[in-house]
Design a binder for this molecule. Sequence first.
Ligand code: ADP
Length: 522
Amino acid sequence: MKKPGTLKTLALVLILVVLLPALFYSGYELTTLTRSEELIGSIYEKQLDVILTSVNQYAWDITGGWANQLGIIVGEQRNRSEDSLRLRCKLFLATKLDMKALALSDTSFRSTILLKNGSGADSASLTEVMQCLKANNDKIQRLLRYRQAEYRKIEPIPIGSRMGLTYIAEQASGLPLIVTMVIDEDAFIRDVLAMKLQETAGAEFVVAVFRENADRPVTATSPVAVNELKQKKALWIFPQSFVGIRLKGSTVEELVHSRFSRNFILIIVMDVVLAIGAWIVYRSIRKEMELVRLKSDFVSNVSHELRTPLALIRMHAETLEMGRLKTEEKKKEYYATILQETERLTRLINNILNFSRMEAGRKEYHKRPSQLNDLISAVLETYGTQMESEGFHPLVALHPALPEITIDPESVTEALINILDNAMKYSKMEKYLRIATGTDSDHVFIEVEDHGVGIAPKHQEKIFETFYRVSDSLVHDTKGSGLGLALVKHIMDAHQGKVIVKSELRRGSIFRLEFPAGATRS
Ligand code: ADP
């Protein structure tokens, strides 16, 4: 029993050589995976940031361009009347549909003009604009300081529901002029920014502009809700609106996550495959070792099986030869034993020979219509005496109208003898033996029952394997080759039949050889 130790070493080696490296590798892969996922994530974020900045920049450029044009109009005003300024501004306004009005004012808010676009019905009044500008005087003062530094900045100043983009222009006289472009924010976003959004979004992104606290976008390249946005950035010119972006279809997280899950699953599958592989290797080696053990047991069992009858035969023959036996009766008894032991030897050798024929696929079956009842009677005739000498008085219950079936009678006899042999071998205490034949709708069968040691459920399937012997204490002393039931099974398979065992430990067993009633008739 040194094998379990070897098996443990084998399992350990497999774990060390196959599983541990696989697990280490998987662990390593998983950590690098997380790191590269994070990296990819951050690259995406930067990309989104660039897109958002470019939208902002675009809005800035457009309004900056407008401011430039106005700056030129205002700057060229020398020697021209105020009417001409109004006219030129009106002309400029007429081309800017989203600019609802234009307010011009000196820095003291005394000389002020408000030019409305079109009918101007929906634009703010001059008073309202001036109030808002005055209210944001700090911003105006800052703009003036910027101007002194020769830097022009546009400051968004809310005017009612509009946005007053305010900056300082220079008049021909050199005096500063506060210019406020009153913009319809939503219209500007829809008319001017929408195109840019479409351009930057391309096929991969959804870009949208939302008003603060609004659920629905002012404009969007594809339908999107505010909570689905991945990145948000306030618009520089409209601080109360923001541009939001997300990937079309799935967000960065979803993409990264699905990539991560896919890789993770692959690694797990790889580990599982490796584990299964290691397990299969372990199992097949274990089986191989088990077979080696069974074979070596077989050799020692067979040697023992051969030695016992040979010793008996020799002893009895010697006694007879020496003429020590006085009575004829005694002599007969000795001759009978010699005969019995020779038959046992023959059976054992037949089993081994048949087994090797089966292994080589050379076992031939010569089938012919036969009667199982006759076959049993013949067996009882041959072995009856031996059975009785071993203390068995079989109960025989043969079915009176058993149909004939097509079998190889020699092989089936051999199977039956093996079953009977076992029944006697494993019933040392209660010598009960019942042999019966019977039939049901589909089968014809022989049953052999004993009240012997029985077979535990876990062994009941394995006993039909070659060399398999139950090695518990109940059967420990009973020698055998482990071939008998393997042969029986082989024979029954060749007849498209079955060998069925019903057994209970310490109670006994019933072995049934079951032949198909119809199929074998042919
Ligand atoms: P063996 O030469 O060991 O009898 P078999 O192939 O005939 O080999 O049987 C395999 C094993 O099945 C036996 O070792 C025994 O443990 C068990 N077995 C077979 N028949 C019986 C039975 N009638 N009662 C109890 N155990 C049995």
